[in-house]
Design a protein around this ligand. Structure first.
Ligand SMILES: C[S@@+](CC[C@H](N)C(=O)[O-])C[C@H]1O[C@@H](n2cnc3c(N)ncnc32)[C@H](O)[C@@H]1O
Length: 295
């Protein structure tokens, strides 16, 4: 690493600093971050991880990895850990991503769910991770446009992510042209207002989704998330290892009602992770279901 490029703004002499990470530093950090978030970095992510750690060491004026690691572990507020987590997550998302699952929601999952309902309690959908909000807002638009049951049933959409910067964007609801590129022009005109190069989502949609910060890897944080009919957990488990995927499957099992469904990203498979769910092959998509007989 070029020491010149890591010179502090605050006036330390470069020779007293060592912001290079050794293999041992990397292993220690990897283990710690995995325990905190479930995210597992292999050696191929070394450059990605080192770059962000050095950035945060500089921002905090820590002279060495050791000093920074102490701050990260023992800071009472947890503010720095949150800051670093926001930098370490991959937030790629866009409206109508893997649309076949939304089609499956309105044409297959919801009709099956309402058939088994014995009360008029709201239908609850949990979208985790939400990233900047495109996925839960897509669900809301899809229901408004394509599900006839919307007139009879109340829907609650809760959407969660570990990344507080992404949650801020989600609550604001302003999107780039790239983000909305697959939204049909009629929906764009109806649910967004163009402001310069950006698209502001309508107040009606903004109000239809509740955004919350949740770390899926912390069972203490997911314990209040219960009685969901459908869970969307797409493109998160790819960053977990087998152990944290298994724990996530158990969390989802607890969070779902009997007969509830879970949708994963196209490269993720529940049957490889956990035997808790049954595979359901609908015409539009293959999803996973908690048994109707389950408690
Ligand atoms: C690639 S995005 C997926 C967004 C969306 N579901 C989609 O498929 O387009 C992955 C998201 O997972 C979030 N994430 C990573 N670890 C998490 C954890 N332990 N708990 C909750 N969210 C997490 C990241 O902050 C990031 O926004």
């Amino acid at each position: 690493m070029d020491r010149e490029n890591t010179a502090p703004q605050g006036g330390w002499a470069p020779e007293v600093m060592d912001r290079n990470l050794t293999d041992d530093d990397f292993s220690k950090f990897r283990e710690f971050f995995y325990r905190k978030t479930g995210i597992s970095f292999d050696a191929s992510k070394r450059y990605f991880v080192d770059k962000r750690l050095v950035e945060r060491m500089q921002a905090n004026r820590c002279e060495s990895f050791r000093a920074y690691f102490t701050l990260l572990r023992f800071q009472a507020s947890g503010e720095e850990l949150q800051h670093l987590t926001n930098l370490m997550t991959v937030n790629e998302t866009y409206f109508l991503r893997e649309e076949y699952q939304f089609r499956c929601l309105v044409d297959s999952m919801l009709p099956a769910l309402v058939q088994n309902k014995t009360t008029r309690a709201p239908i609850r959908i949990w979208c985790i991770p939400s990233s900047s909000g495109e996925e839960p807002y897509t669900i809301a638009m899809y229901l408004l446009e394509n599900w006839s049951g919307i007139r009879e049933w109340d829907i609650e959409i809760v959407s969660s992510d570990i990344d507080t910067a992404m949650l801020r964007l989600a609550r604001t609801g302003r999107y780039s042209a790239r983000s909305v590129q697959h939204v049909p022009p009629r929906w764009l005109a109806k649910y967004f207002k163009r402001e310069g190069d950006e698209y502001q989502i309508s107040e009606e949609l903004r109000q239809s989704v509740e955004f919350t910060r949740v770390n899926l890897a912390e069972s203490g944080e997911t314990v209040r998330y219960r009685n969901f009919d459908v869970i969307f957990c797409r493109n998160l488990l790819i960053y977990f290892d087998d152990l944290s995927r298994k724990a996530a499957a158990e969390t989802f099992y607890e969070a779902l009602v009997p007969g509830g469904y879970i949708c994963l990203g196209h490269s993720e498979s529940m049957s490889r992770i956990s035997p808790l769910f049954q595979v359901r092959k609908f015409p539009e998509a293959i999803v996973n279901q908690k048994s109707l007989e389950a408690k």
